[in-house]
Design a protein around this ligand. Structure first.
Ligand SMILES: [Zn+2]
Length: 282
């Protein structure tokens, strides 16, 4: 049997039957693919601590027989666990949101090295304790651009007035563009008012390279505004909800320092991934 080799980041794990697991990865050269790890629930040697969400793996696999088939994962080697993403609640929530967005915006077997690099950047940044809201907002913005839905955030889509002081701007989810206060006369049901600060941040984030993204700074309030607008735009594009948004949204309610500490500590004792692992008896 000829085996092939690839590496990729685990987006989703699901139990399959009594002893197998289905592993969905974003692979550098295959794009989004799903493989089956036979006996993964029982074989603690071949796959132990490897088949976990957000892990970077090198896998040996047998290609599927047909275009819609599953890879047969023979072996997995853990290259980077991004462990804190499964231990710290805020990072876990942001990483789940990032994974779900990528799952929704991609098809199987359609590799895009930019999407791989963007995902890798986001998980490494989260693992280094950068602000989860900021990383999620930047990832979301860059993902939309990479898949052809870059929002227009520099000027009013009607009168072309550039973003700046003197006018307010609404983000229109149906078109992914702005209307200034001279062009809109009433507030729509899902229109997001974006501050000049949030718009300037988003516009500059569209221009910088991945290497420079981390240098951008934004407050919790600005991140919340930006994320809310991007979520509504994405909801309109997908015409379906993003399940992890509800949890992501709770991070946008700026907590006090004390509650951040207690939340982080309590979740480090029992992380969501650990709780779920127990439930699934992995
Ligand atoms: Zn206008």
């Amino acid at each position: 049997m000829t085996l092939s080799r690839t590496y990729g980041i685990v987006l989703k794990i699901a139990a399959y039957g009594e002893s197998d697991k289905l592993v969905t990865l974003y692979s550098y050269d295959l794009g989004r693919v799903t493989g089956i790890a036979k006996g993964a629930k029982r074989s603690r040697q071949r796959f132990v601590n490897k088949l976990e969400e957000f892990s970077l793996l090198q896998i040996l696999y047998r290609p599927p027989r047909g275009p819609a088939g599953l890879l047969l994962i023979s072996e997995a080697e853990l290259l980077c666990a991004h462990l804190s993403l499964r231990k710290v609640f805020q990072r876990y929530v942001a990483a789940m949101y990032i994974s779900e967005l990528l799952l929704r915006f991609t098809r199987d077997n359609d590799p895009d090295p930019r999407l791989y690099s963007l995902l890798q950047w986001a998980l490494i940044s989260l693992d280094k304790a950068d602000s989860p809201q900021k990383i999620a907002a930047l990832y979301h913005l860059q993902l939309l651009a990479a898949v052809g839905y870059r929002p227009e955030l520099q000027r009013c889509s009607n009168c072309r007035h550039p973003v700046g002081p003197g006018r307010t701007f609404l983000f229109i989810p149906g078109s992914g563009s702005l209307l200034c206060s001279s062009c809109h006369h009433q507030k729509g049901p899902h229109y997001n008012r974006l501050s000049i600060q949030a718009l300037k941040f988003l516009a500059s984030a569209q221009l910088v390279t991945l290497e420079r993204l981390n240098r951008l700074q934004l407050s919790g309030q600005t991140a919340a505004e930006a994320m809310d607008a991007l979520y509504h735009y994405t909801f309109h594009l997908l015409q379906q909800d993003i399940h992890s948004w509800q949890a992501m949204r709770t991070l946008n309610i700026t907590p006090t320092r004390k509650s951040i500490m207690s939340s982080s500590l309590s979740h480090e004792r029992t992380s969501p991934a650990e709780a779920r692992s127990r439930k699934l008896d992995i």
